[in-house]
Design a binder for this molecule. Structure first.
Ligand code: SOE
Length: 388
């Protein structure tokens, strides 16, 4: 391949997601052959000393402490937003207006209204854009998509997903500040609905099409927590648990649940899809396996197959080790960068674009509205279609 084009990355945020994204940019060309060479040009965070330590650990060339300076730098091609949810819209909009490509952590906005402004900005500026819904690129999940698109499941009746954690059960866990902003509603926008169900919804709509109606319930089990930034005990505004019923445009029924109060579960994201001819199940704790039941199998041999998604003809796997050897969580981000770079080359930008991030925000908004009012809610936005 001819010389690669340089792609100068300006990263905002150095938390958990700043690390997953930085790792992905650094690894991508070791395993995938793309036309672009990402350069970790600048890391931006308010605390200079911490940003400098991060820069030296991950190989960033420079440090900024104000995202506005980063966005205005002429040597930056792409802004990657890995900072808390309340920063996404302002940074993304300014970056798009400055003509930069924009990648953004999920959820896109704290609400659909915020996400609509972000979509408008990237689409008016015609800049490449993508949301980090990384679970689409677990090879087993991508294989599920392939099987569904090939029609292997036939008509789909049921979609079931849950994302269970247990890290906020103690009433002593504070809200706010580094690492704990997910508990502060002003920063996060919502609790598990935007943080965990958003993943389930994104994957669900990718695999099974749009959702147009929901009926939800949420609960905040711990009503007050100390706030790290104010030092006071403050009311908790996030949902600790959220569950909803959904109707998909294809006529199938959905059942979704997320919580941070499922003792014993750390990040148990599972999904199951039941079709007329076959069913599929997947589990993040066993992420390299896809469970598959095919009713067309000979009757006395029929049963759930456990497909070890590690062979060269499985999605993404030919880029890794040898058949049978597994990959993990961090690879989903590397796959996403690889697809993004290939999209730049082909001119067909890789999904999920901001518009798909917005579609998920329309669903999470409807979930929160339904939980508050106790009614079935129509999902707003362009995806809203049928009435059943
Ligand atoms: C929350 O604990 C969290 O880190 C989410 O914010 C991520 O999006 C999810 O992938 C894992 O859990």
């Amino acid at each position: 391949m001819s010389a690669k084009k340089t792609l100068n990355v300006g990263m905002v945020g150095y938390g958990f997601m700043g690390r997953t994204h930085s790792n992905a940019f650094g690894q991508v060309n070791k395993f995938f052959d793309t036309a672009y060479s990402p350069v970790l040009k600048a890391i931006c965070a308010r605390d200079r000393a911490k940003a400098e330590a991060f820069a030296s650990q991950w190989g960033y060339e420079s440090v900024e402490t104000d995202w506005r300076s980063l966005v205005n730098r002429t040597d930056i091609d792409l802004i990657d937003i890995a900072s808390p949810n309340d920063t996404h819209a302002e940074i993304a909009i300014a970056a798009a207006q400055a003509g930069k490509m924009v990648l953004c952590e999920k959820p896109l906005g704290r609400s659909a209204a915020e996400a609509e402004r972000m979509v408008h900005a990237v689409e008016s500026a015609r800049v490449a854009n993508m949301v980090w819904y990384n679970y689409r690129r677990v090879p087993a999940v991508t294989l599920a998509k392939r099987l569904i698109d090939e029609g292997k499941l036939g008509r789909i009746f049921h979609y079931r997903a849950k994302f269970l954690q247990d890290w906020t059960i103690s009433k002593d866990v504070p809200q706010g500040g580094a690492g704990l902003w997910r508990l502060d509603v002003k920063v996060a926008g919502s609790g598990v609905t935007g943080d965990l169900l958003a993943h389930c919804i994104d994957t669900a709509m990718w695999l099974n099409g749009s959702i147009h109606r929901v009926s939800a319930m949420t609960e905040t089990f711990i009503k007050e927590r100390p706030h790290n930034l104010t030092g006071k005990v403050e009311a908790v505004g996030i949902d600790d648990a959220s569950a909803f019923l959904a109707r998909f445009d294809n006529g199938s029924l959905g059942l979704f649940e997320a919580t941070r109060y499922a003792r014993g579960h750390k990040a148990l994201y599972t999904l199951e899809i039941n079709g007329e001819n076959a069913s599929i199940a997947w589990d993040l704790h066993d992420l390299h396996r896809l469970q598959y039941f095919d009713h067309a199998d000979q009757g006395d041999l029929r049963g759930w197959r456990s497909i070890h998604v590690t062979d060269g003809d499985h999605p993404y796997m030919k880029h890794w080790w040898v058949p049978g050897l597994q990959i993990g969580y961090e690879h989903t981000f590397i796959h996403q960068v690889a697809d993004f770079l290939k999209g730049l080359e082909s001119g067909e930008w890789a999904a999920p674009h901001f518009r798909e991030g917005l579609a998920t925000d329309y669903v999470t908004d409807a979930v929160l509205k339904s939980a508050k009012g106790g009614n079935w809610e129509q999902v707003q936005g362009p995806a809203a279609s049928s009435e059943n």
